[in-house]
Design a protein around this ligand. Structure first.
Ligand code: SF4
Ligand code: ZN
Ligand code: ZN
Length: 333
């Protein structure tokens, strides 16, 4: 049996690019150390920052929230968790349960925004009524809500994208020559005060497999199943598989790509349109109304961005102790 390279206890994992074995405790410390170094290297979080972690209930968001919760005292930042109940049948019921249990165990204040309870429809109903793919509708809901939370709280939004996700997205965007999209895949996406929250990706150097083993090593609750709308025949999934095969031959290939991308992200073209406000809700929009306001206008008869921003303030006032009428505004980065 392989033994931990640090303490000699039975190992649960081998890290090929280090040629080291780890027991559960030292493996968890290895991943936590990686996240801390990534946060420091890319100056993701400063003392006094407010950070909201997007928690889906899956393994990556469990790794994200656990590692951030262990660092909040040392680095001196406030940490909150935000979960969107997408209304996707049992999958969303179980995801919400996992997110609630995770936040409870890690003692991180959590706010849940349920699409059904707040808007009267979930992703599947909205997709059918709009005749659009579920993932495209879901993406608009998620992007808007995360951004609105960041702007309303004056917080940075931390997402659980791992190294495998980001390497596959960057390759896909290269294949389609979506160069502006590649420029947004770095470890930090700077916000625009009052319009768009700063986004950070603390798992930038953590592989998907490492995220999974971390949740096992720390015994964290997370949902083991995929969303029923996830497609295993998608190009993203195939690119991930292809990169995994290459990585077996060349350990740390993906980390090398992401390290170079982090250095070059600013050299990629930026969107040509100037930053504009949605005429309805006041958040970032490339045209008159933002996608969320246009989408909710078709579903509810009126654009709901402004109402959602107010609702988010109300929901968070219960956990931050700030009055719900107060808009902190801007971004803290
Ligand atoms: Fe949303 Fe699609 Fe992901 Fe399901 S697979 S959570 S519908 S983006
Ligand atoms: Zn050990
Ligand atoms: Zn809007």
């Amino acid at each position: 049996m392989a033994r931990c390279s640090v303490c000699g206890a039975p190992a649960i994992a081998y890290v090929p690019y280090q040629r080291r074995y780890y027991c559960p405790e030292h493996y968890a410390e290895f991943v936590e150390g990686k996240v801390e170094r990534t946060i420091e290297k890319y100056k993701m979080i400063r003392e006094g920052d407010r950070v909201v972690a997007a928690v889906s209930g899956g393994k990556d968001s469990a790794t994200l929230l656990s590692t951030l919760s262990r660092l909040r005292g040392k680095l001196g930042f406030e940490l909150y968790a935000f979960h969107i109940d997408l209304g996707i049948g049992d999958y969303s019921v179980e995801s919400r349960k996992a997110a609630v249990e995770l936040a409870r165990r890690l003692r991180v204040p959590l706010v849940v925004f349920s699409l059904w309870e707040e808007l009267g429809y979930g992703v599947p109903e909205a997709a059918v009524r709009l005749r659009r793919p579920a993932c495209s509708v879901c993406g608009i809901f998620k992007r808007y809500l995360y951004n609105a939370v960041g702007v309303e709280l004056g917080a940075k939004v931390a997402t659980g994208h791992n190294a495998d996700d980001l390497a596959a997205y960057s390759l896909k965007n290269f294949l389609f020559q979506e160069l502006e999209a590649i420029g947004k895949l770095g470890p930090v996406q700077e916000g625009v005060p009052g319009l768009a929250a700063t986004r950070i990706r603390p798992l930038y150097t953590v592989y998907e497999k490492e995220s999974f083993l971390y949740t096992v090593a720390r015994g964290l609750p997370f949902l083991h199943r995929e969303c029923p709308h996830a497609r295993l025949d998608s190009l993203d999934f195939k690119l991930k598989e292809m990169l995994n095969r290459l990585e077996e031959e060349r350990p740390s290939l993906k980390l090398g790509l992401l390290s170079r991308l982090a250095k070059r992200a600013k050299d990629y073209p930026r969107p040509k349109e100037s930053y504009a406000r949605c005429e309805s809700c006041g958040l970032l929009s490339s045209s008159g109304k933002c996608s969320f306001c246009r989408l909710t206008e078709r579903l509810s008869g009126e654009p709901l961005g402004g109402w959602v921003r107010k609702r988010i303030r109300e929901l968070f006032s219960g956990v931050t102790g700030q009055p719900s009428s107060c808009t902190w505004g801007g971004t803290s980065g």
